[in-house]
Design a protein around this ligand. Structure first.
Ligand SMILES: Cc1ncc(COP(=O)(O)O)c(C=O)c1O
Length: 362
C-alpha cells in the first residue's frame, strides 16, 4: 500500500537508539530544559550556522515568541503570504497584530517580493515570509525591502529545515527563523517541538525570558510570557535524527528527481525550483486545472495525496469579518494544487507507480 507519509518506517531505523536514550531520560528524573535541550540548541546552531538558537514547544510558539520578542503588538501590521498553514497568520493575530496578505508566485507557491513593497505603510512592522514546501522564498529580495523600509523580517521555516538559498540556510536571512519539529517535517520529533534561530543577542535574551513565563530565574517575571519549553525526550530524539538530516534530504530529493524525470503529462504542472535554492521537498506539489477529476483518478488507483492548501488564508472563518480582498494568484493556485507522496523511506517502486498513474491521467 502506498502511503502519503510513513513515520513508523523512520522509527524502525532509529528505534533501538531512541528507546535506549528515552529510558535513560526517564530514569534520570530530569525531563525539561536539561542537557539534551542544551545540546540540541548547540547542534542546531552549528548545523544552521546561526548566531543563537532557542528551542521551544512548537513551530507556532516559535512564531509567537519571535513576534513578541520584536515588540509586535496590537495596531501593527505584518505582511505575509496567504498560502501557508494557518499557524503563520494565526501567530500574527495571536499577538494582536493584523496580517496583510501579499499575493504569491504561482510557480514557486511562495510570497512574491514584488507584491510586498506596495503594502508597506506606517503601521507595517515586519514581513513574515514562509519557505513553503521545503523551498526558500526570494530571501535576498525580501531582505532588500525590509532594509529599505527599516522593518523586521521573520522567516517561517516550519517546512524548510536544511533548505538553503545561495548556499545559506533558511532561517538565517531574517532577524529570526522559526522551525517546527512536528513529526512529518524534514526533521521531526515524536511530539511537538520548535526552534528559533536569532541574529541579535538582545532578541535572544528576550526570547529566553518569554519562553519561561517572562523570566529566567525563579520568582523573576519581567515580561508576560509563555510556558513553551522543549522537553528532554524530544530534544534527545532530535539530536539523534539531526545526524541523519542530510541523508533524509538526499532521499527526498531522489524521489523528487524521479518525479521530475518520469512525469510527462501536459495536464500536470510540476513545481518550479530555483537553481540558487536547495529545495528539500517537504512536499512535492503539482498543479492541475481540474483537481476534482485528478483526485478521483488517484483514488481509483489507490494513490494517496494531500491538498496543501485548499483556501487562501483570508478565506478561513476566523478571518471572515476582516473583509480581505481576494488575490488572483493564490485564488488560482489553491484550486489547482495537490501534493503527492514524498518522504525519505518512500520505496522507489511506489514513486514510479505514482508517476505512471499521473501519466495515465487524461
Ligand atoms: C508553514 C508552517 N508554519 C507553522 C507551522 C506550525 O508548526 P507547529 O505545528 O509545530 O506548531 C506549520 C506546521 O505545520 C507550518 O507548516
Amino acid at each position: 500500500m502506498i502511503k502519503l507519509f510513513d513515520l513508523i518506517e523512520q522509527y524502525k531505523k532509529f528505534g533501538k537508539t531512541i528507546d535506549k536514550k528515552v529510558i535513560n531520560i526517564l530514569s534520570s528524573g530530569n525531563y525539561i530544559l536539561g542537557k539534551n535541550v542544551e545540546l540540541f540548541e548547540e547542534n542546531s546552531k552549528n548545523y544552521l550556522n546561526g548566531k543563537y538558537t532557542l528551542s521551544c514547544n512548537s513551530g507556532t510558539d516559535a512564531l509567537v515568541l519571535s513576534l513578541r520578542a520584536l515588540g509586535i503588538k496590537s495596531g501593527d501590521e505584518i505582511i505575509t503570504t496567504p498560502f501557508s498553514y494557518f499557524a503563520t497568520s494565526e501567530s500574527i493575530s495571536l499577538v494582536g497584530a493584523k496580517p496583510i496578505f501579499a499575493d504569491i508566485n504561482p510557480h514557486t507557491f511562495n510570497i512574491n517580493p514584488k507584491n510586498i513593497a506596495k503594502l508597506v505603510n506606517k503601521k507595517t512592522k515586519a514581513v513574515l515570509s514562509v519557505n513553503l514546501f521545503g523551498q526558500a522564498c526570494e530571501l535576498d529580495n525580501i531582505n532588500k525591502i525590509v532594509k529599505e523600509h527599516n522593518i523586521k523580517h521573520i522567516e517561517d521555516c516550519a517546512q524548510s529545515f536544511g533548505a538553503t538559498y545561495n548556499s545559506k540556510q533558511t532561517g538565517t536571512y531574517g532577524d529570526m527563523g522559526c522551525f517546527s519539529f512536528f513529526p512529518t517535517k524534514n526533521l521531526g520529533c515524536f511530539g511537538d517541538g520548535g526552534l528559533v534561530v536569532v541574529k541579535s543577542k538582545k532578541d535572544y535574551e528576550i526570547l529566553k525570558k518569554l519562553r519561561t513565563h517572562g523570566g529566567i530565574r525563579r520568582n523573576q517575571h519581567d515580561l508576560i510570557g509563555y510556558n513553551s519549553r522543549l522537553d528532554e525526550i524530544q530534544a534527545a530524539i532530535l539530536n539523534i535524527k539531526l545526524d541523519y538530516i542530510e541523508s533524509f534530504i538526499k532521499k527526498r530529493k531522489k524521489i523528487a528527481e524521479i518525479y521530475f524525470k518520469t512525469i510527462r503529462n501536459d495536464k500536470v504542472r510540476l513545481p518550479f525550483t530555483y537553481k540558487r535554492s536547495n529545495h528539500t521537498f517537504n512536499q512535492f506539489t503539482i498543479r492541475v486545472k481540474n483537481r476534482r477529476k485528478l483526485e478521483l483518478h488517484l483514488k481509483k488507483h489507490n494513490i494517496p495525496y494531500g491538498i496543501y492548501y485548499s483556501m487562501p488564508m483570508y478565506k478561513y472563518n476566523a478571518y471572515k469579518n476582516n473583509n480581505y480582498e481576494p488575490l488572483p494568484m493564490v485564488e488560482k493556485v489553491s484550486k489547482e494544487c495537490l501534493s503527492i507522496p514524498i518522504y525519505p523511506e518512500l520505496p522507489i517502486k511506489h514513486a514510479m507507480k505514482i508517476s505512471e498513474v499521473l501519466n495515465n491521467y487524461e
